[in-house]
Design a binder for this molecule. Structure first.
Ligand SMILES: Nc1ncnc2c1ncn2[C@@H]1O[C@H](COP(=O)(O)OP(=O)(O)OP(=O)(O)O)[C@@H](O)[C@H]1O
Length: 249
């Protein structure tokens, strides 16, 4: 069984079938990209997995645990995390304070048998590890709200990693970035493979082909096909959807 297993998932908005009986699996250690034209239902699918939306039908399991019916916080406890595009950042606090708060929120109870000093030291170590992982070392004393966009997005990733997720949901992590920041974010996402599986929505096809172990193509709420980069690039219906070359899905 896959780490994330989506089965028969349906979401309707009025008469619109935004998610049409989707079947999807994300394996442990995999970067799985979700691509498709505007309005194909990518964000809706990620919102169903994260718990922002409730499905009309279907199942979503993470590591064998049913997520449908569980709150977003419960899903985080079961190993799911997502980047919120900077909305989870405390802008008036320093980067360091943001990391310490995130470490405290997720690790507080696991240190409850430690003395106060050991507890502080463990949180300190965790915050430092998150900073190192995401390349925030030079910004620890900066107020989060004053950071350049690309650095804020790294902090966003660091905060999402604080819960030690099994699966991280990334919805357009390169959005609004210049080429230099995009390259850094692609490199960072590549290193996360060691830590967790990733379900990635991304419009930048170069980034997708560089990062993804597997790619699923959504069209009109349905999974058209899944496979590696070569499979997707050679798939006539995918070419038709993206390039308008005749053969339709
Ligand atoms: N909250 C909502 N209420 C009503 N319709 C919605 C809602 N959210 C999404 N939709 C509709 O569902 C369909 C799928 O939208 P979704 O945002 O999931 O697509 P997407 O593939 O993420 O698109 P994009 O690449 O443009 O972000 C669209 O037709 C959209 O208008």
């Amino acid at each position: 069984m896959s780490l994330l297993q989506v089965q028969g998932l349906v979401k309707r908005f009025g008469g619109l079938l935004a998610t049409d009986h989707v079947e999807l699996g994300v394996e442990a250690g995999e970067i799985h990209a979700l691509i498709g034209p505007n309005g194909a239902g990518k964000s809706t699918l990620v919102n169903l997995v994260s718990g922002l939306f409730a499905p009309d039908e279907g199942r979503i399991t993470l590591d064998g645990v049913e997520l449908v019916g569980q709150s977003m916080n419960q899903r985080v406890r079961h190993g799911l995390s997502r980047c919120f595009q900077v909305t989870s950042i405390f802008p008036d606090q320093t980067v360091w304070a943001n990391l310490m708060l995130a470490a405290q929120a997720h690790e507080g109870s696991s240190f409850r048998f430690f003395g106060q000093r050991d507890h502080e030291a463990a949180l300190h170590q965790r915050a430092l590890a998150l900073a190192e992982k995401t390349g925030l070392g030079d910004y620890l004393n900066h107020l989060a709200g004053t950071l350049p966009h690309g650095v804020q997005r790294k902090l966003d990733v660091a905060l999402a990693l604080a819960s030690r997720p099994k699966l991280l949901l990334l919805d357009e992590p390169m959005a609004g970035m210049g080429p230099e920041d995009s390259l850094q974010m692609i490199a960072l996402i590549g290193t996360l493979r060691q830590d967790c599986a990733i379900l990635l929505i991304e419009h930048d096809m170069d980034a997708v082909f560089q990062l993804a172990d597997r790619i699923s193509v959504l069209v009109y709420g349905r999974v058209l096909t899944s496979g590696d980069a070569a499979h997707i690039q050679g798939h006539p219906q995918v070419q038709a959807v993206y390039l308008g070359t005749g053969e339709q899905a």
